[in-house]
Ligand binder design. Structure first.
Ligand code: PLP
Length: 377
């Protein structure tokens, strides 16, 4: 297979060396079930506790506030359904934004079918939530507000601390889907004051199929699924110790290098945008001024995002048209619709998401290939 330039880190990331090294011994040797009573399982149990402590310390939480899950989708589902399930029989109101990931929007639609009320708050052209509308929605005393920390398609970072404050002033719980943010921008649950936060390891160099939900002490959630007594009886199922340990190692590594990675990603962004500007290509960059580093949502009028993706693929570049979860759909994404992007631009939108591993040489090559595909070489 030819060497590809991977520029789709918002879809997933390569397993980091630290994560790989951390997980191997649990796959090969220390595979005992952490819930068993014999001495062999003590090591697995201890490693689970250490991973929990490490993750908690990296996001400003207490170890007992971290619940391991199978990833972002499960964490999001649990936060929403767990709040509703905590008061069975009571119809609840949930406030969310119109640009959430489907892992939020679809459970919301499911809850709506069960009679709960879902309120979607719009966003600006930059993707920032309509604050006055959010504040107004809080007057109705919803049970939960869920707004993502950073958007997976356009990268916009929301004013989470402000939103959490507004929610709390109305005795409303606040959840944030931080799947694109954790490991990439500083996240401190105490500092921003959220009640729940979802994260997923494969977005920051950890394995796929593992993540966590932070649940502030005192917040009552019903379990999403029932069974064994793992995760203090709130999340049944034998723990994937290898993946959990690897997730902790990956998060530690990402947080450790965050400042350096951010500077590197900004440099890479400058290369791509500089090349676009020099060649006079007409384009729009989506996402406003506060965005995830390395995420470039670019709209080219008169182009088709999917065609661009396939041509780039043929020339050795992996990018996305929107989020990976809806990459099979050719329709304009709900995020681009919500920001009010004109159809002509929306159709020609691609997402380039750069990662720490991308080199300047790769990004020069990517920009050259992109210009070629757009007919500017
Ligand atoms: N939330 C956001 C913002 C995402 O970007 C994704 C994945 O792309 C998810 C949730 C789902 O995470 P997972 O793939 O771990 O289920």
């Amino acid at each position: 297979m030819k060497k590809m330039i991977y520029a789709d880190h918002a879809a997933t990331t390569r397993l980091s060396e630290a994560a790989y090294q951390a997980m191997m011994k649990y796959l090969e040797r220390d595979y005992a079930n952490p819930s068993s009573l014999y001495s062999q399982s003590i090591y697995a149990r201890r490693s689970l506790g250490e991973a929990r402590e490490k993750i908690a310390s990296l996001i400003g939480a207490k170890p007992q506030e971290i619940y391991f899950t199978s990833g972002g989708t499960e964490s999001d589902n649990w936060a929403l359904k767990g709040v509703v399930g905590a008061q069975p029989g009571k119809l609840r109101r949930i406030v969310t934004s119109s640009i959430e990931h489907h892992a939020i929007l679809r459970p919301c639609a499911f809850l709506e079918e069960w009679g709960h009320e879902i309120v979607h708050i719009g966003v600006s052209r930059e993707g920032e939530i309509d604050l006055p509308a959010f504040e107004k929605a809080m007057e109705e005393k919803p049970a939960l507000a869920s707004v993502m920390l950073a958007n997976n398609e356009i990268g916009t970072i929301q004013p989470i601390a402000k939103l959490a404050d507004l929610a709390h002033a109305s005795q409303c719980l606040f959840h944030t889907d931080a799947v694109q943010a954790v490991g990439h921008i500083p996240v401190d649950v105490e500092g921003v004051g959220v009640d729940m936060l979802s994260a997923s390891a494969h977005k920051f160099g950890g394995p796929k199929g593992i993540g966590f939900l932070y649940v502030r002490e005192g917040v009552v959630l019903s379990p999403l699924h029932h069974g064994g007594a793992q995760e203090r009886s709130f999340r049944a199922g034998t723990e994937d110790v290898a993946s959990i340990v690897a997730m902790a190692a990956a998060l530690e590594e990402s947080c450790c290098h965050m400042e350096h990675t951010t500077a590197h990603l900004h440099e890479l962004e400058r290369i791509v945008l500089g090349e676009m500007d020099k060649s006079g290509i007409a384009y729009l960059r989506n996402g406003g001024s506060k965005k995830l580093p390395g995420l470039l949502s670019l709209s080219f009028p008169g182009q088709e995002g999917e065609k661009l993706l396939h041509r780039l693929d043929l020339l050795g570049v992996s990018i996305s048209t929107g989020s990976a979860c809806n990459s099979r759909e050719t329709e304009i994404s709900h995020v681009l619709r919500a920001i009010g992007l004109e159809e002509e631009y929306a159709k020609g939108t691609i997402r380039i998401s750069l990662g720490a591993e991308n080199t300047c040489e790769e990004v020069w090559a990517l920009a050259k290939i992109l210009k070629k595909v757009l007919g500017y070489l």
